[in-house]
Design a protein around this ligand. Structure first.
Ligand SMILES: Cc1ncc(COP(=O)(O)O)c(C=O)c1O
Length: 388
């Protein structure tokens, strides 16, 4: 028998397959399920991006492998956007590299920094590749619960010395999926100091930096001392509705970035050049991002009000395109998610399914505001009619 590796056999199964079963069953019976499950934008990619990609296909008649670190134009445009947005200067030659979206880069980072037996510090609930990337290197994960009573911040001061002494990477993700939290600069400074004191790499996943409503999120790299210890992961996926294009970048000091760039040369052959041209067009335009923020705000206002009306006393929607809502009436996350699906035909993700092992998230469900405004209105009407 040709058996798979322990990486595969030990991979945690999706804990709440029954939610998917109910959803599939309803859909097969022709029920119109409004799906706030997966965080994949349904808004079209902006016209300027599509045009730039099409033009690039003809301009670049010869294919050729792309550059591993991204084209000069892409890196220059990402560096200049980063400067405009965060006031941080990056050398496009040494301090920035293109990725085929953040996911692969996040999964691969431990290959550059983690040895078997090392520890990776991971927020919980959190994005699964923080965990699987560490496991692929036979690293251990130490989970940092994001609890409501700590304002969803991990307790860095509470990490035991025996854990911090083996830690190689601390993942932070702000604005946060799923809690929607924007980090205060004092928390980011605490994370920088923790990493400096313990020789830990601060890996900052900033995929949602452009999806905000009022307060503008900062980047870790604008915090004093951060350049010594931090790499930032950003992506065009959410900012410009480009999840299908697979393009992003990692930024940070050359000495920290170089080991990661070596991994990139072995694990893929660069982002498609015509997609990088599309990303240059996307980064040079803020109008479509403002429009996107306006659309998400309209949906957020409707859903927040509805969830408060039905009795949730913890509805969080500070940034990102998620809503993190506490189940009303003392329900658990799975129970509330199932009820939304069965009674209102509204699909969500139970917080428990996003949590690795701390149980943080047990009382919450996540809405990804990807259905249209019309569908969101309809969902709110159905939710209002539910009996809690
Ligand atoms: C927290 C977080 N980071 C990173 C990503 C990956 O984005 P991409 O690979 O499309 O750049 C996602 C996608 O949903 C995410 O939620």
């Amino acid at each position: 028998l040709i058996g798979p590796s322990s990486f595969i056999t030990e991979m945690r199964p999706y804990a709440f397959a029954q939610i998917d079963r109910i959803k599939d069953d309803l859909k097969s019976r022709g029920v119109d399920v409004i799906d706030f499950g997966v965080g994949d934008p349904t808004s079209p990619t902006p016209g300027i991006v599509r045009t730039a990609c099409k033009e690039a296909l003809d301009r670049r008649a010869t294919s050729g492998y792309p550059s591993y670190q991204g084209s000069d134009e892409f890196r220059a445009s990402a560096a200049s956007w980063f400067h405009r947005r965060f006031g941080v200067e990056l050398d496009p030659e040494g301090e920035l590299t293109a990725t085929i979206g953040s996911k692969q880069a996040i999964f691969m980072l431990p290959l550059a920094y983690v040895n078997p037996g090392d520890t990776v510090l991971v927020p919980d609930p959190g994005y699964p590749p923080y965990t699987t990337g560490a496991r692929a290197r036979q690293g251990g994960c130490h989970y940092l619960p994001l609890e409501e009573d700590r304002d969803f911040y991990p307790d860095l001061g509470g990490i035991p010395g025996r854990v911090s002494s083996r830690a190689k990477i601390l993942w932070v993700n702000y604005p946060n999926n799923p809690t929607t939290k924007i980090a205060s600069s004092s928390f980011l400074k605490e994370a920088v100091d923790f990493c400096s004191d313990n020789d830990v790499l601060l890996a900052s996943d900033e995929a949602y930096s452009e999806l905000y409503y009022d307060e503008k999120p900062g980047s870790v790299l604008s915090i004093e001392g951060a350049e010594e210890v931090s790499l930032v992961f950003n992506s065009l996926s959410k900012r410009s509705s480009m999840t299908g294009h697979r393009i992003g970048f990692v930024a940070g000091r050359k000495e920290l970035l170089d080991p990661f760039k070596k991994v990139q040369t072995q694990s893929h052959s660069g982002a498609a050049t015509f997609i990088q041209d599309g990303a240059v067009a996307a980064l040079s335009d803020e109008t479509h991002v403002e429009e996107l923020r306006r659309e998400y705000r309209e949906k957020r206002d409707l859903l927040v009000k509805t969830l408060e009306d039905i009795g949730s006393d913890g509805v969080y929607a500070e940034a990102t395109f998620y809503i993190w809502a506490k189940a009303p009436g003392g329900m658990g996350s799975l129970e509330f998610s199932q009820k939304l699906l069965s009674d209102a035909h509204v699909n969500t993700v139970p917080g428990r399914a996003l949590s690795q092992d701390t149980g943080a998230g047990d009382r919450f469900v996540r809405f990804a505001m990807v259905p249209s405004l019309e569908e969101t209105r309809e969902a709110c009407i159905r939710i209002q009619k539910m009996e809690i």
